[in-house]
Design a protein around this ligand. Structure first.
Ligand code: M6R
Length: 368
């Protein structure tokens, strides 16, 4: 049942290409994006004037990524909030607000309460969920199911990638309804998404190299993660994986924030994992991150860099280089997250921990 692995998590990491593919399946029909249980009229989709995304943990990190895509494609303002904070601060919600609730289990109490609060305020709710018929989708106005099969490992892996994919479907559905993307543009983005599972498969081939690097750092007391733009939520997710599995102090930063404080942490030998944007994307992002790596390396950090294949500019600054295939900027997190999952799992296993059942954690958190 663990597919020849010692742990479900390792099997679930390998199931990610299929999970992304399944999540896309059937959502593009007769030239249009279609959602699952859509109880929202087209008119409503067209008339939303803002979007809130609410979620916890890894699902929240997926939500942070939704913001980049939805704002870019639809020009709707998007706020992303931890579900546990959302309803305690009187968010501004009404009939023309779309709340996207992301939950693998569909039973997370914090997210469920955020959904209920949104509905009381007359907002419309769209759930992204991995569990058919769970409470959150039952109470929502529309659903996109992440069809990646049950996730057993407490650390979210395949559900995270599938959630990112589902976010993009929601973004494209909104863009289509609002007319901010032409039908051929929506079709092209969908086509590029459909090409992602094969690229995720290729990233999985880096596993032996990533494991080897992870074993070298298994004794570290802290690991920092840096990213910019969509690489920032990836950095947060990489740090969360390492905390929950390896019980190691880890923190993700927006690379631009380094000089506003965290750079004081950099010392000789400190491992820093950097998620590089594509050199073919926004040049300014790439060059800014390059100078961040230069800065930390000059202060003695050990840099582990995830970069696009053929990006030779990073080589001088990377003590360890993990190469991932080229992908459109918005979709790169589907690739760059995978080595971070493998890294955390390997550090935890080297330390002798059960990666399916980390201490103090439950798969589904049904209390607030
Ligand atoms: O089932 P949910 O997606 O609502 O769960 C949210 C978080 O509890 C979950 O993502 C948690 O952070 C994972 N253990 C992360 O790996």
């Amino acid at each position: 049942e663990k597919g020849g692995h010692d742990y479900f998590m390792l099997k679930e990491i390998e199931e990610q290409p299929a999970g992304v593919a399944e999540t896309l399946m059937g959502h593009f029909d007769k030239g249009r994006i279609v959602l699952d249980e859509q109880r929202l009229a087209d008119q409503e989709l067209r008339d939303f004037d803002k979007v809130f995304v609410v979620a916890c943990g890894s699902s929240y990190h997926a939500g942070l990524l939704a913001k980049y895509a939805i704002e870019h494609w639809t020009r709707l303002p998007v706020e992303v909030e931890l579900a546990s904070e959302f309803r305690y601060r009187d968010p501004v919600l009404d009939r023309s607000t779309l709340v996207v609730a992301i939950s693998q289990s569909g039973e997370t109490a914090d997210t469920l309460e955020a959904v209920r609060h949104a509905k009381e305020q007359k907002a419309r709710v769209l759930a992204i969920c991995n569990t058919n018929g769970a409470q959150i989708p039952r109470e929502s106005d529309a659903v996109v199911y992440t069809r990646t099969g049950p996730e057993i490992g407490v650390a979210s892996t395949k559900a995270f990638l599938a959630q990112i994919t589902a976010n993009y479907l929601v973004g494209l559905a909104l863009a289509q309804a609002r007319g901010t993307k032409y039908p051929d543009e929506v079709a092209r983005e969908f086509g590029e998404l459909e090409a992602m599972p094969e690229l995720v498969e290729r990233v999985l081939e880096t596993a032996p190299q990533v494991r080897e690097i992870a074993r070298r750092f298994a004794d570290a007391s802290t690991v920092l993660f840096l990213g910019r733009h969509v690489g920032y939520p990836v950095a947060l997710e990489g740090a969360l994986k390492l905390k929950e599995l390896a019980y190691m102090h880890a923190e993700g930063f927006a690379a631009g924030e380094l000089k506003h404080g965290p750079i004081a942490l950099i010392e000789e030998g400190l491992p820093v994992i950097v998620v590089m944007p594509s050199p073919k994307g926004r040049a300014v992002l790439h060059s800014k991150l390059l100078s961040n790596i230069r800065e930390i390396q000059a202060r003695g950090a050990r840099t582990i860099v995830i970069a696009e294949e053929g990006d030779d500019t990073v080589r001088p600054f990377a003590d360890h280089l993990i190469e991932i295939p080229a992908a459109p900027t918005l979709f790169q997190p589907l690739l760059s997250t995978v080595p971070l999952q493998i890294f955390a799992a390997e550090v935890a296993q080297t330390r002798g921990y059960d990666i399916d059942k980390p201490r103090n954690l439950a798969k589904s958190v049904t209390v607030e």
